[in-house]
Unconditional design. Structure first.
Length: 315
């Protein structure tokens, strides 16, 4: 595993919980880390901006208490997602708080910036940058990212169109550092497949929406349970960047999911209140067909561990 030992040695399963718009909160992050997988959240989920300090204080305090009580199986590290696109007017504020709390992992999105990477490196933090193709991967590494999140076809939210196997194979031709893979992974066997393909960890989002700790309305969680791959729609209408969304949530807003207009990507905005216009458009990936119930995070991860072990035994 090419992840730093400080992270790899604290994982009970090679998984990073993807940062989920609105859905990821301290309850979910703490539950994920306590279960032995990396928990993460977008910094912009903490609103107003001052709340980010409160969230980071709570997460670090509660995980430290967990570690003191479970020295034989301490929590996994946590991560904060930073949108580095020019529309994020909170970036400097949020970045300073990541430095203050020495956030172990920072996941950067929508652009790669050397100054952001340098700030995280100043205290020994690790930066993973999410990408959808090899061109963006090379740019991120050139700007000083330590590793990559390959967001492949079928992933929930903003996602690319390249097969997970093809994307990982091409990245591994020029990069042997930390690599996470996203793309319709929702079972223990899928986690093992990500590892076998060449990734260090699986990067999973949709399955965590259907957990008790997730900050999602009951209808969203149930829609995850009720949906299958055919219920996922790929569009750039909602943010200006192509992503995968639940068909039912689009229909509920009075739109035809099969006839959505194209958005102007130059007008995308991820940080302002304008993004709230699409808060009822629900992101999800093609792996939803394997999600059968809303369960506690600990139960979900325990099931994956059993499936992961069984999948290895079948090889």
């Amino acid at each position: 595993m090419s992840l730093p030992a400080s992270i790899a040695n604290r994982l009970r399963l090679p998984v990073i919980g993807a940062p989920l718009f609105i859905v990821s909160n301290p309850d979910l992050v703490i539950a994920q880390c306590s279960a032995g997988v990396v928990g993460s959240f977008p910094a912009l989920n903490a609103r107003p901006a001052a709340k980010l300090d409160e969230w980071l204080d709570r997460i670090t305090t509660e995980l430290a208490a967990y570690d003191a009580a479970h020295q034989d199986a301490p929590s996994a590290p946590f991560a904060v997602n930073q949108i580095v696109h020019r529309t994020n007017d909170r970036l400097q504020h949020d970045l300073e708080l990541c430095v203050k709390y020495k956030v172990p992992l920072v996941i950067t999105s929508l652009g790669a910036r050397q100054d952001v990477n340098d700030a995280i490196h100043s205290y020994g933090g690790i930066v993973l940058h999410d990408i959808i193709n090899v061109t963006f991967a090379r740019k991120a590494l050139d700007k000083g990212a330590d590793g990559l999140v390959a967001v492949a076809a079928g992933a929930g939210g903003h996602a690319g169109t390249t097969s997970p196997f093809a994307l990982v194979a091409e990245i591994r031709r020029f990069f042997d550092g930390p690599l996470a893979l996203s793309g319709a992974i929702s079972t223990g066997a899928g986690i093992l497949a990500a590892r076998a393909a060449g990734a260090d960890v699986a990067y999973i989002g949709s399955a965590f929406i259907a957990t008790e700790e997730a900050n999602a309305v009951a209808a969203y969680k149930q829609a995850i349970v009720d949906s299958a791959a055919a219920d996922i729609v790929y569009s750039n209408l909602f943010t200006g960047v192509h992503g995968n969304y639940l068909r039912a949530s689009i229909t509920a807003q009075g739109m035809d999911p099969d006839s959505l207009p194209e958005s102007d990507p130059t007008q995308m905005n991820f940080a302002s209140s304008a993004s709230k216009a699409w808060r009822d458009i629900w992101g999800a990936g093609q792996g939803v067909g394997s999600i059968d119930a809303v369960v506690p995070t600990a139960e979900l991860v325990a099931r994956w561990r059993t499936e992961y072990t069984a999948a290895k035994a079948r090889l």
